[in-house]
Design a protein around this ligand. Sequence first.
Ligand SMILES: NC(=O)c1ccc[n+]([C@@H]2O[C@H](COP(=O)([O-])OP(=O)(O)OC[C@H]3O[C@@H](n4cnc5c(N)ncnc54)[C@H](OP(=O)(O)O)[C@@H]3O)[C@@H](O)[C@H]2O)c1
Length: 263
Amino acid sequence: MHLESLRVLRTELATAKASTAEERLVSDPLQSRLAIVTGGSRGIGFAIADKLAELGAEVVITARNQDELDNAATQMRKSGGKCDGIRCDVSSLSDVQQFSGNLGRRLGALKILINNAGVGGFSAPLHETDPETWDNILNTNLRGVYYMMRAFAPTLIANGGGDIVNISSLAGKNALPNGAAYAASKWGLNGLSYSAAEELRGRNIRVTVVCPGSVNTDLSPHQGKSVNRMLQPADVAHVVAMVVTQASQSFASEILLRPTQKP
Ligand SMILES: NC(=O)c1ccc[n+]([C@@H]2O[C@H](COP(=O)([O-])OP(=O)(O)OC[C@H]3O[C@@H](n4cnc5c(N)ncnc54)[C@H](OP(=O)(O)O)[C@@H]3O)[C@@H](O)[C@H]2O)c1
């Protein structure tokens, strides 16, 4: 049987079995929760969104390309998930404000914000990096997270708390020759996340930073690496699912995710 058909069947069986409210909570722990996943049209973001939908969340994915968003959302809906794709460039303040306004009353259910959208840049030393490339990387990977948190942290506070998960990188913990702007964006993202976590934990909001090593996606350089040993997008999604389903008193604030064997 085709893998997708199996997933649909599994979802139908789980729903049929979970007849009481308590049973549904076990099979769909994120039911009635709205989750936003930036950069959810492909790669790691798609895997995270798909996982959250599988756990019962209503998911809104964003990216710049609306066609890719539509395809991704359709794919998730076919698997039984609730998903919409809404265009939003996280590096544009007006886009983020418009996106937030468009969600309107749905924001009353917002409990999860995954800041995943990001761009790479791994091919030149810093002194050969042009200012446009620097701006694109920093404005997406760092400023974009600030815009999103500025827009949605007040909603999470109003909703009594929730989770913000920022997808950083091991490049935010280590030196990355030929990727200095990318590394700077992720080191910055870690500092932003640790600080905002302290600002928001008293409001029942966990700001978690997830730092994966190389993941098998379009963004990552594959040259000289064994794809089978690389982390897969589903591995990051698994970690995010663990984070957002922790008991309310537990806060895994930072997770470093490495491949078991160096690829
Ligand atoms: N792959 C790795 O090895 C690896 C390792 C560690 C951390 N990460 C981090 O994981 C995150 C996801 O990476 P990935 O590997 O899944 O990359 P990917 O496959 O290239 O996907 C990137 C996603 O972000 C979206 N995006 C890019 N710029 C955007 C913007 N300005 N506004 C809104 N959406 C934007 C893209 O859609 P559009 O192009 O349509 O906007 C796409 O949906 C990034 O933050 C990356 O730094 C990746």
